[in-house]
Design a protein around this ligand. Structure first.
Ligand code: B16
Ligand code: MG
Length: 211
């Protein structure tokens, strides 16, 4: 049925939540803005500048565009630095086995991530050559819930969107799949999200009969 599976990266292949949290927290503390792990949850799948906008909801002053760019850069520099600690051990249990099952059945695999650091992350976890195509924050104008990142991934594979299944951990990502005319599989945080075509608690418990 499906010719390709398009994987979100952060939150599906591995979790970078904690790295993002610590970096945003450092910025929030510098600026005296309240920030906690619950707010961090809202940043999942959302672009860097949109994440900053969510954090600044609690700010007491207005920031200029230049100041916002400086803040996003400050966060990203710290985040990139901390990603040096990422290793292949950070890959979620069952991911390699699931990817092997798909490719073994002739189903092609690609990445569709909002992150501009996706390729760096893939290198750190030893999976840079695992996927046939990588569509990420560096090749799109509009981030999720816009379908662009997934449509680009499908285009890179020359597979029609209707033949693609998107695997996501964020509402914004499932909404992007719906907007792109693709089926979706919600895992972890969005396994109960009503817009999923399918859902699973984690990658290991995905019902393989859907392929
Ligand atoms: P960056 P995904 C997303 O990646 C993250 O979930 C989200 O928290 C982050 O803000 C976004 O990438 C942008 O990341 O600052 O590295 O460009 O889930 O779409 O793989
Ligand atoms: Mg994600």
């Amino acid at each position: 049925k499906y010719e390709a599976v398009l994987f979100d990266l952060d939150g599906v292949i591995l979790s970078t939540d904690d790295f993002h949290y610590k970096a945003w927290k450092k910025l929030a503390d510098r600026e005296g803005i309240y920030f906690d792990r619950e707010i961090n949850e809202r940043l999942r799948g959302v672009s860097r500048m949109e994440s900053l906008a969510i954090i600044l909801e609690r700010a007491e002053k207005e920031y200029t565009e230049d100041e916002k760019i400086e803040m996003a850069t400050f966060k990203n520099d710290f985040y990139r630095e901390s990603l040096q600690d990422l290793t292949p051990d950070h890959v979620f249990e069952g991911v390699k086995d699931f990817l092997g099952f798909l490719t073994g059945n002739g189903i092609r695999i690609a990445i569709g991530s909002s992150s501009k650091n996706a390729k760096f992350i893939l290198k750190q976890i030893g999976m840079f050559d695992t996927f046939e195509a990588i569509s990420d924050g560096t090749n799109i104008e509009n981030s999720k819930p816009d379908p662009e990142v997934f449509l680009k991934a499908a285009e890179m594979l020359s597979v029609a969107p209707e033949k693609c299944l998107v695997v996501e951990d964020a509402e914004a990502g499932i909404d992007a799949a719906v907007a792109g005319n693709m089926d979706s599989l919600g895992v972890y945080a969005v396994c109960e999200y009503d817009k999923n075509t399918y859902s699973a608690r984690d990658i290991q418990s995905v019902d393989r009969s859907i392929f």
